[in-house]
Design a binder for this molecule. Structure first.
Ligand SMILES: Nc1nc2c(ncn2[C@@H]2O[C@H](COP(=O)(O)OP(=O)(O)OP(=O)(O)O)[C@@H](O)[C@H]2O)c(=O)[nH]1
Ligand SMILES: [Mg+2]
Length: 367
C-alpha cells in the first residue's frame, strides 16, 4: 500500500496525506516494529525535510507529551493510538462467571457491560462459553470476533453466534466506577451447571473451571432458591478446585424479597455460615439485583426501554429507596464506596449492589 501510494509520481500528494497514512498504519499494526518498518519503507521515497516530519510523527506516537503544533491536524489519530497502546500494555483481568441455571449470570454480565450482549431468559439458556472483552473506547458498536468477524454486530447476530458455539465479543464496558483509563477485562459467561436436559452444559462449565485462566470467579447464587442439593454439590466442587481468594459470591435477585417475609441480613448471614461450612474461609458476598442493575445502566446510557422494562424500573426505583434494600449497607466496610454518590442514578447503583461489585472487581478495594 505504501509503495503504491508514495511511489505515485503522477499524483503528487499533500504532505498531510503521508502523515495520515502513517497514523492509519500505526493504528492498524499497533506493533512498534511493524510501524518502524513502514516508516523505513516510506523514507525511501522522501526527501530530507519530509523524512524529518515523518520522524517527528513517529516519535509523537510513542510519547505522552503534547502533540507538536505542526501535527495538530492528526491529533485525534495520535491520541487514539496512545490510548490503544496504553490499553494493550495492561495485563488483562479475566473474570469467569458461574452458577446453576437461571441464577442470573448473563443478566449480571449485561449489567456490568451496560448493554444487552448476553442471552438471558427463562427458557433459552447459555449453551456455550462466551468471552466478552472490554474495548479502550466507546465507539458505539459491538464487535463479534469469533466465530466470524463482524464489526457492527446486532443483537440477533450475537444470539446466533452464541447458539452456534463459543463466541468472542468485544464492547466498551460502561461502568459506574470511575476509572482514569479503561481496563483490559475479559468476562467469561458459562452455561448453568445443573441442566438435566443438557448434561453437556455442566461438563463444559466444570472443564472451564479447571482449564481456563482467570483472576476472579463470580459465583452467582439465586437468593430465591438457596441450599438446593445441586447447589451444595457444585459449591463443593468450586471450593475444592478454585483458590478461595479468587471467588466472589453474588447473592442475586434480592429485588424479589418481601420485607414482611424475608430478611436480606438474615439471608446473607445464612449464606455466609453455609459457605464457611463448605470450605470457603472468608467468603466475600455481594448482595445484588442484577436485573435492576441492568435496567439502571440502560437508563444511564439513554438506551430505549419497552413498557415492561420501564414499569419494572419504576417499581425498583421505589423499592430500592427503602433503607432495608440498600445493598451497600450489607457490604464489608472496605468495599463500600468512599465518595458520596453524585446523582440519583449513581445513588441507585450503590443501593442495588452494582457499584459495590464493580468496586471489588475493578479497584477501590484491596480484594
Ligand atoms: N427479579 C430478578 N430476575 C432476574 C435477576 N437476574 C436475572 N433475572 C431473571 O432470571 C432469568 C434467568 O436469567 P439469566 O441471566 O438468563 O440466567 P443465567 O444464569 O445466565 O441462566 P443460564 O444461562 O440458563 O444458566 C431471566 O428471566 C432474568 O430476567 C434479578 O436480579 N432479579
Ligand atoms: Mg446465561
Amino acid at each position: 500500500m505504501i509503495r503504491s501510494m508514495v511511489n505515485d509520481w503522477l499524483r503528487p500528494w499533500m504532505w498531510k496525506y503521508r502523515l495520515w497514512l502513517m497514523c492509519d498504519i500505526a493504528l492498524i499494526a499497533a506493533d512498534k516494529s511493524a510501524i518502524e518498518k513502514a516508516q523505513k519503507i516510506m523514507l525511501g521515497y522522501l526527501n530530507k525535510r519530509q523524512s524529518a516530519a515523518l520522524g517527528i510523527l513517529v516519535s509523537a506516537l510513542f510519547t505522552n507529551e503534547a502533540v507538536p503544533q505542526k501535527l495538530l491536524f492528526a491529533e485525534g489519530l495520535i491520541h487514539q493510538f496512545r490510548v490503544n497502546r496504553r490499553f494493550a500494555a495492561q495485563q488483562e483481568m479475566r473474570i469467569l462467571i458461574t452458577a446453576n441455571m437461571s441464577a442470573g449470570k448473563s443478566t449480571l454480565i449485561n449489567a456490568l457491560i451496560g448493554k444487552q450482549v448476553a442471552r438471558t431468559s427463562q427458557e433459552a439458556c447459555t449453551a456455550n462459553l462466551c468471552y466478552l472483552f472490554n474495548k479502550p473506547v466507546e465507539d458505539g458498536s459491538i464487535y463479534l470476533l469469533a466465530p466470524r468477524l463482524n464489526l457492527n454486530a446486532t443483537y440477533d447476530d450475537l444470539m446466533d453466534a452464541g447458539q452456534a458455539g463459543s463466541s468472542d465479543i468485544a464492547s466498551y464496558f460502561r461502568s459506574f466506577v470511575h476509572l482514569d483509563s479503561p481496563s483490559r477485562i475479559c468476562l467469561i459467561d458459562t452455561p448453568g451447571v445443573n441442566s438435566a436436559i443438557n448434561r453437556e452444559h455442566g461438563i463444559r462449565t466444570r472443564k472451564a473451571i479447571l482449564d481456563e485462566q482467570y483472576d476472579k470467579l463470580i459465583y452467582v447464587l439465586n437468593a430465591n432458591q438457596l441450599g438446593t442439593d445441586e447447589e451444595i454439590r457444585y459449591l463443593k466442587y468450586v471450593s475444592e478446585n478454585v483458590p478461595g481468594d479468587k471467588v466472589i459470591f453474588v447473592l442475586n435477585k434480592l429485588d424479589n424479597f418481601k420485607s414482611t417475609d424475608d430478611s436480606i441480613a438474615a439471608s446473607i448471614e445464612g449464606v455466609q455460615h453455609d459457605l464457611v461450612h463448605l470450605g470457603f474461609e472468608n467468603p466475600v458476598i455481594c448482595p445484588l439485583s442484577a436485573y435492576f442493575a441492568f435496567l439502571l445502566k440502560m437508563k444511564q446510557n439513554g438506551e430505549p426501554m419497552n413498557e415492561d422494562e420501564q414499569d419494572a424500573y419504576d417499581y425498583y426505583v421505589k423499592k430500592f429507596s427503602r433503607p432495608e434494600y440498600d445493598m451497600s449497607t450489607y457490604l464489608d466496610e472496605s468495599t463500600t464506596p468512599v465518595q458520596a454518590a453524585k446523582d440519583e442514578r449513581s445513588a441507585l447503583a450503590v443501593r442495588c449492589g452494582l457499584y459495590g461489585l464493580e468496586n471489588i472487581l475493578y479497584g477501590g478495594s484491596d480484594r
